[in-house]
Design a protein around this ligand. Structure first.
Ligand SMILES: Cc1cc2nc3c(=O)[nH]c(=O)nc-3n(C[C@H](O)[C@H](O)[C@H](O)COP(=O)(O)OP(=O)(O)OC[C@H]3O[C@@H](n4cnc5c(N)ncnc54)[C@H](O)[C@@H]3O)c2cc1C
Length: 406
């Protein structure tokens, strides 16, 4: 019997692969529905993979990329696309090679996997695996719900510790550790960012679209820049642009960072200055603080006015060229100091997990215990946004499922 612990993306792929190869499979999943996290991915649309080559996927994995190369080569993004389309889920490719179900419904992906699991006759034990037994360096079974289930192979696919309400509560780490595996301290990646700047809370709820950000580390080195949408919150910053940026900020909580927001990236300096001059001449008799409504969103205006150092009651027609230049620089580079990340429970991805040094990269088998395999987020490997994290789950699940039955 092949036991799979966790009915998420990786566990379902592993179970299907093992069963298709003729193995008898028992899947442990305490949630009443399989793939609970999968169902909320991509804002409910499920960015199921990234339609790119293996090299590109590896480049998008800041942790574990090299380790994943073999598994990704054996089950590529193209294989994932064929796999889901053959399960009856038509897919489409969007900007940045991001692949989604044509229906824009993540449930279609999870349901297709669940249906295949049922078609293959895979048994499901709706309970938590509590212990993995090993004797003489080989797995012998799993204890769950007070019962012992004999197994010749066990695949740990219990996920990380992000979004614990979906079932990923870190059990995979404890199970791996109990069998002698080293765990790299789990922490959040693709996570909202904390700022000690009170003006973030002042602007809470403000969502900025089509802005550009540049991230600087504590030595003022530029480490990342991107374009998109962000959100001010009571604690700091969130939104797609910020989650992506966080994956590049590997010393969050240890070192401070600065995010510089260009509020008008589509305008050149000359065009922006022209735009400001036009507003100032239109509102020439208004106070400076009441002249920015056409240029900027309402919630950011008091903050910009304060930071500019320009007297808020100064009439627009008496604002100097130097003051205008200050305003322009602020619109171009609105800085937010970043002091930390939100807790890992709020992160899209858990970075850290089972040390890849102790896993065979081709088979996903433990180098410590024979018959023990790993798949998905429980492994110390993670990627940027774009469908790469699910591709890791598919490829490692496929590798573990292929070899666990051999
Ligand atoms: C909001 C959100 C959006 C996301 N969007 C995307 C996206 O669009 N594209 C993308 O590539 N990635 C996305 N991700 C990341 C992606 O969801 C994960 O990388 C992926 O789900 C990891 O799969 P997994 O099977 O390893 O873990 P999980 O999906 O977390 O599954 C683990 C399963 O193990 C079960 N389990 C835990 N402990 C036990 C136990 N003791 N016994 C039995 N079962 C157990 C859990 O109940 C759970 O069902 C998103 C994540 C979040 C939180």
């Amino acid at each position: 019997m092949i036991s799979v612990i966790g009915g998420g993306a990786a566990g379902m792929m592993a179970a299907i692969t093992a069963a298709r190869n003729g193995g008898a499979v028992l899947l442990f999943e305490p949630n009443d529905k399989l793939g609970r996290k999968l169902r909320i991915t991509g804002k409910g649309r499920c960015n199921v993979t990234n339609n790119s080559d293996v090299k590109t996927v590896v480049e998008n994995c800041p942790v574990g990329g090299k380790f994943l190369y073999s598994a990704l080569s054996r089950f590529t993004p193209s294989d994932a696309i064929v796999f889901f389309e053959s399960l009856g889920v038509p897919l489409k490719t969007e900007r940045g090679n991001r692949v989604f179900p044509e229906s824009d419904n993540a449930n279609d992906i999870a349901d297709a996997l669940a249906k295949e699991i049922s078609r293959l006759g895979i048994q499901i034990a709706c309970t938590k695996a509590r212990k993995i037994h090993a004797e003489n360096g080989s797995v012998t079974g799993v204890t769950a719900g007070g019962k012992f289930y004999a197994a010749s192979s066990v695949i740990i696919a219990a996920g990380g510790v992000s979004y614990p309400a979906t079932g990923s509560t870190g059990d995979g780490y404890a199970l791996a550790k109990s069998l002698g595996h080293a765990i790299i301290e789990p922490r959040g990646s693709l996570v909202p960012l904390v700022s000690n700047d009170a003006s973030c809370a002042e602007m809470m709820g403000l969502s900025l679209r089509n802005v550009a950000i540049t991230v600087y580390d504590d030595s003022k080195k530029k480490i990342y820049s991107d374009f998109g949408e962000l959100l001010f919150t009571h604690f700091g910053l969130s939104g797609p642009l910020i989650l992506s940026a966080s994956a590049h900020m590997r010393d969050l909580g240890v070192k401070p960072y600065t995010i510089e927001i260009n509020l008008k990236p589509a305008l050149s300096d000359g065009e922006l200055d022209h735009r400001i001059q036009r507003d100032f001449s239109e509102f020439s008799n208004r106070d400076f603080q009441n002249s920015l409504a056409k240029l900027l969103p309402r919630l950011i205006i008091p903050v910009i006015v304060r930071r500019s150092g320009i007297d808020p009651t100064k009439k627009c027609n008496s604002i100097t060229k130097e003051e205008r230049a200050k305003l322009l620089a602020l619109v171009r580079g609105f800085t937010v100091p970043i002091t930390d990340a939100r807790p890992v429970s709020e992160a899209i991805i858990t970075s850290g997990g089972v040390d890849t040094k102790e896993i065979n990269p081709t088979t996903m088998e433990s180098k410590i215990v024979r018959g023990l395999y790993f798949a998905g987020e429980v492994i110390n490997a993670d990627a940027y946004t774009g469908g790469f994290n699910l591709q890791i789950a598919w490829s490692t699940g496929f590798a573990a499922g292929t070899h666990a039955g051999k």
